[in-house]
Ligand binder design. Structure first.
Ligand SMILES: C[S@@+](CC[C@H](N)C(=O)[O-])C[C@H]1O[C@@H](n2cnc3c(N)ncnc32)[C@H](O)[C@@H]1O
Length: 300
């Protein structure tokens, strides 16, 4: 097997980089988010089951194995691999994430700068689908010498439905409700009328939550409106709040657009079989929150 390439950093500021648009909603997110930033909101049982599955898979890799994780974020899977004793680790992510202990190539998972079969195992946890699932799976398989383990969102499952609903709620708050304009107007010139307007806004949010399947975003916004009353600079706080919600909505929309359907995963499994892999597809939950695509290269 060729040696694992040295870590490198593409220029994320290059406007011609096709992945720059993919990275935009994530670059800000990873400034503050921890290693488990993308999974900490999952139901604990689901999160535990996913972690245990990774641990089991990783424990089966041979000594000296190398591992590439796609859409690695701050390194949730790389950390599990390190804990399993794997030392030859490489991450790829579209966002220029700093301060991780793992080598990171900033670029798209759809075009990897590595030779064929460069890594013993190629993995991804909710990352590879953002690069265009069908293309990225083929590219991941190209650089996988032995194992390809991908965990992807399920377009027919509850995480996808939550993301779709949250994106719509954020659009409602920023659009028809004019939440941030109303807050800014109130903080600029508080008056009995502006106080009444913010009360009406909060009541509308409660009413909207009453008809929602997932209320966590609306509850967070409702609480944040109260908290803004106590910050030193509520106008700046409102601006930051609006930017944070817009970035969250963009990530939710990206997830909605990226999540593969069951048919997409079945197609990818077919491509992998044709390319010489044995493949298992496993649903995670019923209806499935996510799917595993677990492939092993057949000996030649
Ligand atoms: C849901 S997060 C998952 C992160 C990580 N795998 C984890 O489990 O914590 C999705 C990640 O995919 C990355 N991403 C988005 N588009 C990408 C692309 N085209 N190529 C590689 N990574 C991409 C994002 O920057 C983000 O870090």
């Amino acid at each position: 097997m060729p040696p694992v390439p040295r870590p490198d950093h593409a220029d994320p500021a290059d406007p011609s980089a096709a992945f720059a648009a993919d990275a935009a909603p994530w670059a800000v997110f990873w400034i503050d988010a921890g290693v488990d930033g993308c999974t900490r909101g999952l139901p604990p049982a689901l999160r535990g089951a996913i972690t245990r599955r990774w641990q089991l898979l990783l424990a089966g890799l041979p000594p000296g194995a190398s591992l590439l994780d796609l859409g690695c974020g701050r390194g949730a899977v790389l950390a599990l691999a390190r804990d399993a004793g794997i030392t030859r680790l490489q991450g790829v992510d579209a966002a220029p994430i700093t301060g991780t202990p793992f080598p990171l190539h900033v670029g798209s998972a759809a075009g990897l700068p590595y030779p064929d079969r460069a890594f013993t195992a190629v993995t991804s946890q909710f990352g590879v689908e953002y690069a265009g699932f069908a293309t990225a799976v083929v590219e991941a398989a190209r650089v996988a010498a032995d194992r390809l383990w991908l965990l992807v969102h399920a377009a027919d499952g509850p995480l996808h439905a939550d993301a779709r609903e949250q994106a719509a709620q954020a659009a409602w708050l920023a659009g028809p409700m004019a939440t941030f304009e109303r807050l800014a107007a109130h903080f600029r010139a508080p008056s009995p009328a502006s106080v009444a307007d913010i009360d009406a806004l909060r009541t509308a949010i409660v009413d909207h939550a009453g008809a929602a399947g997932n209320t966590s975003l609306l509850e967070g916004v409702w609480r944040a409106i109260s908290a803004l009353q106590d910050v030193a600079d509520p106008i700046a706080g409102t601006r930051d709040f609006a930017a944070g919600l817009a970035a969250h909505a963009a990530r939710m929309q990206a997830m909605v657009a990226a999540a593969p359907t069951a048919a997409d995963v079945a197609d990818a499994a077919g491509c992998l079989r044709a390319a010489g892999f044995d493949v298992i597809v496993e649903d995670v939950g019923t209806p499935p929150a996510a799917r595993w695509l677990l492939a092993s290269r057949r000996p030649t």
